[in-house]
Design a protein around this ligand. Structure first.
Ligand SMILES: Cc1cc2nc3c(=O)[nH]c(=O)nc-3n(C[C@H](O)[C@H](O)[C@H](O)COP(=O)(O)OP(=O)(O)OC[C@H]3O[C@@H](n4cnc5c(N)ncnc54)[C@H](O)[C@@H]3O)c2cc1C
Length: 381
């Protein structure tokens, strides 16, 4: 499928690019250093209506679709990956409601998420269950007119700063993936404890938490979809959020290339600018090639989601986009550190941060090994 950015999408890209360069870029190094969630940046995203870009207008979003979400994430990640994680996590938390929620639930939780007043998190991973979601142990047991949730989650992005959390549980373990159900838990719900903050390699300004649920009561109205429908909703959610992670990776890689193209013209060795050395020119050409290929893949799947949402190609394309773009981000940022030499390794320059931030895009929303399995299964069936 061919795609072209329309006038509105081009305008959105320019607006977000300006916001990113003028308001987010100046703070990127500092928030990485202090390792604190950037509330000022969250406010900027909120005030500019960027936290609900793909949510339908009926529920207070911009209704601008996946291509627009990808453009927004890419431009933000280009200067500050941690801030782009606020956008991708909001999508990860809100998409289950968009896909499986009823009208009342959407009005109650999606609308404040769309206008950015409410932040969301999505809690899937547990100490013993990451790639294999069916390995989770958290349960939701019927109790009166609701459920009691028990279990613990780890590595939950925005876990300590979110107002609502989409939680993945078993309502019937015997049924395997058909016994998985999703619930919305509000942050002040008794029985929910926010645990320790994870210290990480990268994405320092992104809040990553343990969450503990102890007899955490939720009413039946907090269940998204039918009992047992959670796995299906979650897998459909990943079809939308993996391309967003792809866009995040493209942004990180483009940010590193931007830095390099300036640096090689300014830095001189052997009496010449670095840009005159063919060895480095070829590295830059390869970086540019890989970024363009990744971007094309990401926008292709986003465009398919916007125009043919029921297309059977989406899971495979989403996995391909995420895999290609995240491997590109890792390679490009590593090469960018090399091009900067010792300065690339120094915290005085942003390259080492970009390289650290790139790594997570190969891991979250399903590792790239899991993406290979999805692609192989889809071509072999
Ligand atoms: C900073 C950060 C933020 C995160 N945010 C969230 C969040 O908001 N919500 C959430 O629920 N989770 C979140 N996660 C968790 C993340 O999604 C998982 O770490 C990821 O899915 C991998 O799971 P795991 O760490 O348990 O690795 P494992 O599943 O234990 O995998 C270990 C290794 O084995 C490989 N592997 C596993 N199975 C196979 C297989 N069948 N074939 C080949 N190789 C395989 C994996 O690719 C990996 O290399 C976050 C993690 C981090 C680090």
């Amino acid at each position: 499928m061919d795609f072209r950015l329309n006038e509105e999408q081009l305008m959105l890209r320019d607006v977000v690019r300006k916001i990113a360069l003028n308001e987010l870029a100046p703070r990127a190094a500092e928030i990485d250093k202090i390792e604190k969630f950037p509330w000022e940046n969250k406010k900027i995203l909120e005030e500019n209506g960027l936290l609900g870009i793909q949510i339908s207008e009926e529920y207070g979003g911009a209704g601008a679709g996946m291509v627009s979400l990808a453009l927004t994430v890419e431009e933000v990640a280009r200067v500050c990956a941690s801030t782009s994680a606020i956008l991708t996590t909001q999508a990860l938390a809100s998409d289950p409601l968009l896909i499986g929620g009823n009208h009342e639930q959407k009005k109650r939780w999606l609308t404040p998420m769309a206008n950015g007043q409410v932040l969301g998190a999505c809690a899937i991973t547990e100490p013993n269950a990451g790639s294999d979601v069916t390995g989770i142990r958290t349960t939701a047991t019927k109790s009166g007119d609701g459920y009691l949730i028990n279990g613990s989650k780890i590595f939950i992005t925005n876990g300590g700063v979110s107002d609502i959390i989409t939680v993945v549980t078993y309502t019937d373990k015997e049924k395997g993936h058909k016994g998985i159900s999703l619930f919305v838990v509000e942050k002040d719900n008794p029985g929910l404890t926010v645990g320790k903050e994870e210290k990480k390699l990268g994405m320092h300004a992104s809040d990553t938490r343990e969450l503990i649920f102890e007899d955490c009561f939720v009413p039946a109205e907090a269940r998204i979809g039918a009992e047992g429908d959670g796995f299906r909703i979650l897998m459909k959610t990943f079809n939308f959020t993996r391309p967003a992670v792809g866009a995040q990776a493209v942004g990180i890689a483009q940010g590193a290339l931007d830095q390099c193209t300036n640096y090689v013209k300014e830095r001189h060795q052997f009496g010449q600018p670095l840009s005159s050395f063919q060895g480095l020119q070829w590295m830059l050409a390869e970086m540019s090639l890989m970024i363009e290929a990744s971007r094309t893949m990401v926008y292709r799947v986003c465009s398919t989601i916007d125009n043919e949402p029921e297309s059977k190609d989406i899971p495979r394309l989403a996995s391909m986009a995420k895999w290609l773009a995240s491997d590109t981000a890792m390679k490009v940022t590593t090469d960018a550190v090399q091009i900067f030499g010792g300065y690339g390794y120094s915290r005085e320059y942003p390259l080492e941060r970009m390289m650290r931030d790139a790594k997570i895009t190969q891991i979250w929303e399903g590792t790239n090994q899991i993406q290979r399995i999805i692609i192989a299964n889809s071509i072999l069936k």
